[in-house]
Ligand binder design. Structure first.
Ligand code: GAP
Length: 381
């Protein structure tokens, strides 16, 4: 999204910004959920998640709905009583908009161009859960792609496809992903259109990423409070205008969770269940495990460690001899290691090792002198 394109730069903006930023963006007034409390058990619920008008936990009576802002507050300033309330950013996007003038003057980019940012965002979610799916502190990855007004629909369609391709490139199966367009009443206060990329999680289709047409909303809002001009000068016409913005906004945690869920496979091998994580080779944290067939034979252990030393400068490789070979294979299968290399008694004689594939469990004998090259080709490194 950044290094492999000419039209996108990366940015690392602040988490704590001037609180006026969140007034301009609309978050102080609009970034809220309608909540009710149970008068009996005192639990709090989002009204849009309730199926009935009574407490889902104890059937108690509920209070009238109240608006609950999702931004976390803290204070800056050292003098008690003279501190100023500030917010932990609820999205990374605004850091890009308030830096728009700096970005234009330092990168000399011409439309269309994008600015991308990965970083922590914080939301005081009432109900967290589904493992890491909804958390109060999470990692966002957002792109603000600035375009000429009138070209926004074209770029919107472009980014829908481009972002789907990105998830496919992580190895997620096509049938596990879908696009869902937001209904009018569902749209955020800044959006003209929005599609979610959804993944088939165990709890059902759920959002991985939103792709929104934010129009010129943000670049028009900030100058109203800061007084700074955020328009773009068009060399061709000599005129200034406010660009439109297409925003793909995803959650890193959700993407990782989807990759793990999609890669989790089970099968029965010789009447026993085998679990393996069919991670793409690029994402597998450990690429190769070197395993000795017999850990009490010093020559085998020494040969295995020589192989490890030889390959591990290039990618992550590990050595393990803490169980029998069948168990060692299963452990690596479960964490998604694409290849295992086994050193056995024959290896000492013929200089060959067994190379085992995680997904097919096929085994090949490979000469140690060619192992690095063979692994490099298979891993695409
Ligand atoms: N700038 C637009 C924006 O923030 P959003 O739909 O509120 O849009 C974007 O959030 C993405 O951030 C979501 O698609 C999701 O992947 C992730 N996200 C939002 N809230 C989250 C939470 N509480 N826990 C984990 N990820 C979250």
């Amino acid at each position: 999204m950044v290094y492999q394109r000419n039209d996108v730069d990366g940015l690392d903006a602040a988490i704590l910004m001037n609180p006026e930023v969140w007034k301009a963006s609309g978050h102080v007034t609009s970034f809220a959920d309608m909540m009710v409390d149970c008068k009996e058990c005192k639990k709090r619920f989002r009204i849009d998640k309730l199926k009935e008008k009574k407490c889902p936990e104890c059937s108690g009576e509920l209070t009238d709905p109240k608006s609950f802002n999702l931004m976390f507050k803290t204070q800056v300033g050292s003098v008690e009583g003279a501190q100023q309330d500030v917010y932990l950013r609820p999205e990374t996007a605004q850091g890009i908009f308030v830096n728009f003038e700096n970005i234009l003057t330092t990168t000399r980019k011409k439309l269309p161009f994008g600015v991308a940012q990965i970083g922590k965002a914080f939301r005081n979610e009432i109900t967290t859960g589904n493992f890491t799916f909804r958390s109060r502190e999470f990692e966002q990855m957002e792109l603000e792609y600035f375009v000429r007004p009138g070209e926004d629909e074209k770029w919107y369609e472009y980014w829908l496809q481009e972002r789907l391709e990105w998830y496919y490139s992580l190895g997620i199966r096509k049938e596990s992903l879908r696009l869902r367009e937001h209904e009018k009443e569902e749209l955020a206060h800044y959006a003209k259109r929005c599609h979610d990329i959804e993944f088939m999680f165990p709890m059902g289709w759920s959002e991985l990423e939103g792709i929104a047409n934010r129009t010129d909303f943000d670049l028009k809002q900030h100058p109203q409070i800061s007084g700074r001009d955020l328009s773009y000068f068009d060399d061709a016409t000599g005129k200034r205008f406010i660009p439109y913005v297409i925003e793909p906004s995803g959650g890193v945690d959700r993407a990782v969770l989807a990759v793990l869920v999609d890669a989790y496979r089970t099968e029965v091998v010789k009447d026993r269940k085998r679990v393996f994580l069919s991670l793409s080779k690029d994402l597998a944290p450990i690429k190769v495990a070197i395993l000795p067939l017999l850990k009490n034979r010093p020559e085998i252990v020494e040969m295995a460690n020589r192989i490890l030393d030889d390959i591990r400068g290039n990618y992550r490789a590990v050595y393990d001899d803490t169980a029998a070979i069948g168990r060692l294979y299963r452990r690596q299968d479960e964490i998604g290691t694409p290849f295992c290399v086994t050193v056995d008694v024959d290896s000492l004689e013929d200089g060959k090792v067994t190379l085992r594939d995680r997904d097919t469990m096929e085994q090949d004998r490979v000469e140690v002198t060619k192992l690095k090259e063979v692994l490099g080709k298979k891993l695409g490194i």
